[in-house]
Design a protein around this ligand. Sequence first.
Ligand SMILES: C[S@@+](CC[C@H](N)C(=O)[O-])C[C@H]1O[C@@H](n2cnc3c(N)ncnc32)[C@H](O)[C@@H]1O
Length: 282
Amino acid sequence: MSTGWGVAHRLANPVVGFRPSRHCLPVVQSARVWVVTWPVYCNVKALKSVANADTVVATDDSYGHKEVISVNPRLYDYLLANVREPEILRELRDETATMRGSQMQVSPDQAQLLAMLVQILGAERCIEVGVYTGYSSLAIALVLPEGGQLVACERDAKSLEVAQKYYNRAGVSKKVNVKHGLAADTLKSLIQNGESSSYDFAFVDAEKKMYQNYFELLLQLVRVGGVIVIDNVLWHGRVADPLVNDSKTVSIRNFNKNLMDDARVSISMVPIGDGMTICRKR
Ligand SMILES: C[S@@+](CC[C@H](N)C(=O)[O-])C[C@H]1O[C@@H](n2cnc3c(N)ncnc32)[C@H](O)[C@@H]1O
């Protein structure tokens, strides 16, 4: 289990603050960047007011006076200190932090939630769309029973080399069926193979504009009661900003709206990492 959270992790994760020097404290959270100077950081009163301003996001009537909080850097550090991250995942995270695209990796708290869902479901057959260097897939594979299977879809061979190395090191390579290629093609071929309704759990974390496509294919592959988790549904907060209308944001926004109206699944949008929606097939 890890005991500390290094700069590498902080740089790799979009919701985590990081402290590169004693003189400034840049904080990246939900696409906003603040710079808090060191004297301010050291001033407990000032820090408290920063924390209060950024932590409580709603107490008004429209939320029934419920105090709704947002995760600020200090609180997120606390949250991370309460994640049980297996050593092998920490090592993979450290190695990935030196690589291009490391910010794409799910955060340790997200990986822990995925593993928890797999365990609650008693899942044996899983699919991941978008493996990168394998952090989330390894978190899933580690909790699969002997004989469990994870179909891991990824188009980038170089990333898969790293993932495969860690599957081997963790002793889970028998549980991971790596599919190198376009994820939609892999999912279609599973359906053609007669594997519809045979999967318990799926995690989607690849091309954002393909989310609706992946979802439709996975809905065929997952059994009734099975779960599909979609990452990046809050898209750095851009989905909620009507002034942001780039194609990826619009695509995720439309996907979220379609999901709201989709009677085939129960849904829960969770503000963890960059936002995840958990869908249970009805
Ligand atoms: C956000 S990253 C996945 C991160 C991974 N879940 C983790 O936690 O480490 C997205 C990955 O999806 C892959 N990808 C994007 N489009 C794809 C596609 N059409 N088919 C297969 N993989 C794709 C990218 O190469 C990238 O490695």
